[in-house]
Write a protein that binds this ligand. Structure first.
Ligand SMILES: [Mg+2]
Length: 175
């Protein structure tokens, strides 16, 4: 099994991982979802260390594009019909192997990609099968800071967490 400290690419499912999985559907068909600020800051810390984020969603919503742009996430796959194929094209562009990828998932549609990558994490309220297949399970549910928790776990494993927090505190002290 890949060790968490060798992970350089964090691939995330969207619904139920970055969100709580709820879809607020308006009468006009527009879909709204909520994202957690703690996840956003964690993603920024991860990217500042030179690591990569990939979003892979089976759905296609502008709110995801907006959130990805806010966080400077370059690799976004929506309306994904084959999560493994989309990930594969992306890691070729990044120049790493599947062994260096950690996928965070919550539901049965994530199982094949979780088995394909080097390391997998399930959110606390994931389907039982997903939790069983994962290498690690967060204590927080999807959309409630689970991604932040996963990032903190990976960065503590590879030794970048403490210095990243220290430089963020320094940045704020200088503002
Ligand atoms: Mg999901």
């Amino acid at each position: 099994m890949t060790m968490p400290q060798t992970i350089t690419v964090l691939a995330l499912d969207v619904d139920g991982v970055l969100t709580d999985g709820k879809l607020y559907i308006a009468d006009n068909g527009n879909v709204m979802k909520t994202f957690h600020a703690h996840d956003g800051l964690g993603i920024s810390l991860w990217q500042k260390c030179g690591f990569h984020i990939v979003l892979i969603s089976g759905r296609n919503e502008n709110s995801v594009t907006v959130r990805a742009n806010e966080l400077g996430i370059e690799h976004v796959f929506q309306n994904s019909k084959n999560k493994i194929a989309d990930l594969q094209s992306c890691i070729q562009a990044i120049g790493c192997t599947t062994e260096q990828v950690c996928f965070v998932g919550d539901d049965l549609g994530d199982l094949s990609i979780m088995n394909h990558v080097g390391y997998s994490i399930a959110v606390q309220n994931a389907a039982t099968e997903v939790k069983t297949a994962s290498d690690w399970v967060t204590s927080l549910p999807g959309g409630e800071g689970a991604v932040r928790e996963a990032i903190e776990y990976l960065m503590k494993a590879n030794g970048t967490w403490d210095s990243s927090v220290a430089s963020m505190m320094q940045e704020h002290a200088n503002q």
